[in-house]
Design a protein. Structure first.
Length: 429
């Protein structure tokens, strides 16, 4: 017995309009894809049927930058609740950052994450491991053992690696193993104690702001180190015009440099912050309108490769401490696709094919994943999306344990209605 998904609208590369298709799944794989108008309805005898009429049918979305908080911060999120939130957002593959407690810097913690993800029986969870032990920037972790355990790359996300020598050593070692280094770019000497960008909001409120150079200095440094070592270097959550300019130059030079951007850095600037609301506190902080335009253009011209959420859950109690003391970060799984579809595709700035490419095909290409495409023989990771129904963002309905978002009340279209991983429905509306 297999599964037929009937009459789903599929966007193909280079096509302006979706094509209605039937898709057949057996033994967790896509076995057949056929245009709905050819040969009539297939023989459905003995098979499960999912009616996708009026829905977009896409390869499952991929998010290569998320925080699941477990182990150590289960009051914010668990691997199970984070996976459920990702599934509700249409994601079938997510890559979790290692800044947990304990941090993911040993074989045992990598295995812990993989075991918890398997027990959740939801989306695919790919763990990153730390570059340095305890993320302290003093000693490299055992890259070989962590790769063997299942880590897909190395990062100290949450903090920047402050020592150039340490980063160069990490890159050289990772390059020798054909593994990527994923960098949170932040010079601590320029950000300590600060929590908003150096821009209009900071000026209006008499605050000292975080300068753009805090990010760009590390981006520039690391690009030079990547050139010296030949490593695949990936820049996390790009947010400044200077960073975009440097990454563009690196690509022009043919270096193995890739990067990502989050929806909030494409949609919001520091001038949108309504007041001292900690749900608008994130790292990197919201930058100036000029930076927003630069990262948007960088994504559109291919300088920035992929879209990620940087899903960063925190409890209500933690965010209630106020702008100064609350932790950085917002949740992102359940709003990402609706935000980007409504604000960029529905308005005509992007094609639907462009958005899907940056959330499926390109992440898979950048990180060498087998997922990301609707193709015969591929694992049946599939997302169905309603592009027509408008809903308000209501954090009380989130599957995540946390509610920290600046998008409450936004009216959006493009809500996922079904998420399937390896032929198993893991979420449905």
């Amino acid at each position: 017995m297999g599964i037929w998904i009937l009459n789903g609208s599929v966007v193909e590369a280079g096509s302006a309009e979706p094509v209605k298709k039937h898709l057949y799944i057996e033994n967790n794989k896509i076995v057949e894809i056929k245009e709905a108008w050819i040969g009539g309805e297939p023989d459905l005898t003995g098979h499960e049927v999912i009616d996708a009429t009026g829905k977009l049918m896409s390869a499952g979305l991929i998010d290569m930058h998320v925080h699941l908080r477990e182990p150590g911060f289960e009051h914010k999120e668990t691997i199970a609740s984070g996976a459920a939130s990702a599934a509700k957002g249409g994601f079938t593959t997510i890559a979790c950052m290692p800044n947990t407690r304990p941090v993911i810097d040993t074989v045992d913690t990598v295995q812990y994450v993989l075991d918890k993800a398997q027990a959740a029986q939801s989306v695919r969870v790919l763990p990153y491991a730390c570059i340095t032990k305890n993320q302290l920037g003093r000693e490299l972790t055992d890259f070989a053992a962590l790769k063997e355990a299942g880590a897909i790359g190395f990062t100290d996300d949450g903090v920047g690696v402050q020592s150039a020598q340490m980063m160069k050593d990490a890159m050289a070692l990772a390059a020798s193993m054909d593994m990527p280094v994923i960098a949170h770019c932040e010079d601590n000497t320029l950000v300590e104690g600060l929590f908003v960008s150096e821009g209009e909001f900071a000026r209006k409120n008499g605050l000292k702001g975080i300068p753009n150079e805090s990010e760009a200095i590390h981006v520039g440094r690391d690009i030079l180190l990547s050139e010296a070592t030949g490593v695949h270097y990936h820049v996390c959550h790009v947010s400044t015009e200077q960073s975009v300019r440097l990454i563009r130059l690196a690509k022009q030079l043919g270096l193995r440099v890739t990067s990502e951007v989050c929806p909030h850095h494409l949609l919001l600037s520091d001038e949108d912050i309504p007041g001292m609301d900690p749900n608008w506190k994130m790292n990197p902080p919201l930058r100036t309108p000029r930076d927003v335009q630069a990262v948007l253009e960088g994504l559109e011209d291919g300088t920035i490769d992929i879209l990620v959420t940087d899903h960063a859950p925190h409890s209500d109690e933690e965010k209630a401490r106020g702008m100064l003391l609350a932790p950085f970060g917002i949740v992102g799984f359940e709003t990402a696709f609706p935000l980007l579809y409504t604000k960029f595709v529905a308005t005509g700035r992007w094609t639907l094919a462009f958005l899907l490419d940056r959330m499926t095909v390109k992440p898979a290409e950048v990180f060498g994943l087998e997922s990301g495409r609707l193709a015969v023989g591929a694992e049946a990771d599939i997302t169905l999306i309603d592009l027509e129904t408008e809903q308000e963002v209501d954090p009380t309905t989130f599957a995540s344990k946390s509610r920290n978002t600046p998008f409450t009340g936004w009216k959006l279209k493009g809500w996922p209605v079904l998420t399937m991983v390896a032929g198993k429905v893991v979420w449905t509306a």
